[in-house]
Write a protein that binds this ligand. Sequence first.
Ligand SMILES: NC(=O)c1ccc[n+]([C@@H]2O[C@H](COP(=O)([O-])OP(=O)(O)OC[C@H]3O[C@@H](n4cnc5c(N)ncnc54)[C@H](O)[C@@H]3O)[C@@H](O)[C@H]2O)c1
Length: 450
Amino acid sequence: MLRRDFIHKTALASSTALFLPNPIFGVKKAETKARLGFIGVGQRGHNHLEMALFRNDVEINAICDIDSKAIDSALAVCKSKDRKAPAIYKNGDHDFENMVKRDDLDGIVISTPWEWHVPMAIASMKAGKYTGVEVSATVTLQESWDLVNTFEKTGSHCMILENVCYRRDIMAVLNMVRQNMFGELVHAQCGYQHDLREVKFNDGKQVYGGGVEFGEKGYSEARWRTQHSVDRNGDIYPTHGLGPVAEMLNINRGNQFLYLTSIASKGLGLHDYVVKNGGENHPNAKVKFKLGDVVTTNIKCVNGETIMISHDTNLPRPYSLGFRVQGTNGLWMNDGNHIYLEGISKKPHIWDDFKDYQDKYDHPLWKKHAQNAENAGHGGIDYFVLRAFIESIKNKVAPPMDVYDAAAWSAISPLSEESIAKGSAPVNIPDFTRGKWKTNKPIFGLGDEY
Ligand SMILES: NC(=O)c1ccc[n+]([C@@H]2O[C@H](COP(=O)([O-])OP(=O)(O)OC[C@H]3O[C@@H](n4cnc5c(N)ncnc54)[C@H](O)[C@@H]3O)[C@@H](O)[C@H]2O)c1
């Protein structure tokens, strides 16, 4: 069956269609190309651009950044792939508003500092463009509502570009969850546990380390991200862990976040790093970082499950997103790559190696596209996330991670800040779907198409 016939038939037959038709434009003939514009071509945007340049179904017609070094390197990579030079928008912080109005763009990929995501996404949606926004999508609760309201007003789709949802082991576990291997889910754990000290501080010239500068004197994320650690105490980067777990728990589609509590340890790591690497007389040794080194958030879901999220970016530690998915039949744990399923595992009370399950439960999407993903960043997941965005543009359908996901997953940041500020008090999590979660059906990773 042709892809568009499939969409059309399933959309007509059932509200559980993989991709719902665009609420405004309905189902139309699929395009063979997606015409993209990029706002922000720093580290992440450059990756997306490279990924797009590998595809012959993408035209890159415009690029916007305020940093001429980033623009030059974007133009160089387009040239190296024999592509025509995209139009450039580099005249200040608001030039993106001019770019999004172009009529030769179908989709906009936003990879800018967090505080710019929502103004840019709203401008793009209002201009009728498919909008892909990096993580976290929003910083404040109001911004989450603004995204949802803009989608509902314009009908322009907004996809949160949460690449971790496409991790191969995670998609295999999602597959197993859907086959009821874990029984009814009860608890999940996840987080962002990544030593970012060399990202938060550098010498103003290179991306990683070499100095203890940030803000005006920093480069790349040190220029903007570190200030969030000065001003905020909460889980300021929740979606890499929470997105995958939210898909397994059907959040926004049969389930919902209900409330959370957050607790923050003291914050020593960033100051310690500055003193050890820049000396106690360095001006940044006087900076007070508000962010606790380990922030732990517990979410209660409407259907009774709990989710524990850890944000841990200021101390020396190996990388781990710390996943654990647990139900009435057993559990999977990312650390150690362990699994235990009662009646299936080789010995009672003893872990099996998840390797033995990975092949058997490999997700159909990975089975079909693994070869294309081979050279993509972050173990192939960057290929899948951009592919999903591009395919939804070409097929004129809703993306598999939508504006409600962007709003709900990202809202954990401001809500955790609120809880910590109130002495770890429980804080209600808004229902961004306004009740539609009760009838919405899962849309992510349902087959081998997206
Ligand atoms: N999904 C992932 O795995 C992943 C990985 C890294 C970063 N990210 C996310 O990607 C986003 C960008 O991070 P990064 O590492 O590329 O940061 P970066 O600082 O390297 O790049 C940001 C770019 O945005 C540009 N910019 C800033 N304000 C602008 C404006 N008003 N108009 C146009 N351009 C503007 C900057 O000049 C810079 O080139 C962040 O949201 C980050 O959290 C996601």
